[in-house]
Unconditional design. Structure first.
Length: 239
């Protein structure tokens, strides 16, 4: 193989950005429950085996275009090389702490770039809102009001449009249950990113351990045929 085609990743640390899967994880209203059933036991069968069931968009997961667009591709169509991507992390903890409906703005992006440099092309932009601190309390994590509306931070539609058009990003991710804020019932960021078969990551963990730039993500999908998404193992390689 010609040397100019070789790609290398140098790292000192590996961070797991995925939550463990169990029946008590926070679930979107209407999503199927997480279920485990033992089908073989060591003492009676000579091996241990379980079956499990869960929604394609539960736990730490990735969304696919066909979850919002008819006749679009499923998660099994994502090329392997698209699942190893650089990432940058934007810290929105302070804004989310005072306003659970906060949306990333273009001014937030420009302020981040003023400090860390322009967002590289083909990067995944991650929002660290500290929402993962609520993960073990499903009610607080989803933060649903009496009328059924969700309240958690996310990407603003204009900021997503800017990132796609002006920074040519590969996708977006967050530590909440949606890259769109809980109040955005149109799912504008999901639709903008998935229209180009981009990457949408939700319910990420341990974003507090990432540097602002320099991480590389390895996205371990379940290649579900025509899947609208997939539970996901996300590893971050830290230089």
């Amino acid at each position: 193989m010609p040397s100019e085609l070789l790609k290398t990743i140098t790292y000192r640390q590996v961070i797991d950005l995925s939550h463990p899967i169990h029946p008590q994880i926070p679930l979107w209203q209407g999503d199927p429950s997480v279920e485990f059933e033992t089908v073989a036991q060591l003492d009676s069968d000579g091996y241990y085996l379980r079956r499990f069931a869960m929604g394609e968009h539960s736990g730490t997961h990735i969304n696919a275009p066909n979850s919002f667009f008819a006749d679009a591709v499923g998660i099994d169509a994502y090329r392997p090389e698209s699942l190893i991507v650089p990432a940058i992390a934007i810290d929105l903890q302070a804004q989310a702490a005072t306003n659970p409906d906060y949306c990333l703005s273009i001014d937030d992006i420009l302020a981040w770039e003023q400090e860390y440099g322009q967002i590289p092309e083909n990067s995944v932009v991650l929002l660290h809102t500290n929402w993962q601190a609520r993960w073990h309390d499903p009610q607080a994590f989803l933060n649903c009001d009496a009328q059924g509306g969700y309240h958690f931070p996310g990407f603003g539609a204009d900021s997503t449009r800017f990132l796609l058009a002006e920074r040519a990003i590969a996708g977006v991710g967050t530590d909440t249950h949606g890259v769109d804020s809980g109040q955005d019932t149109t799912f504008s960021t999901n639709k903008q990113v998935l229209a180009n078969q981009g990457i949408v990551l939700e319910n990420l963990a341990n974003l507090d351990q990432l540097p602002p730039r320099g991480s590389t993500l390895i996205l371990g999908i379940l290649r579900l045929q025509n899947g609208s998404g997939s539970p996901l193992s996300v590893l971050a390689l830290i230089p």
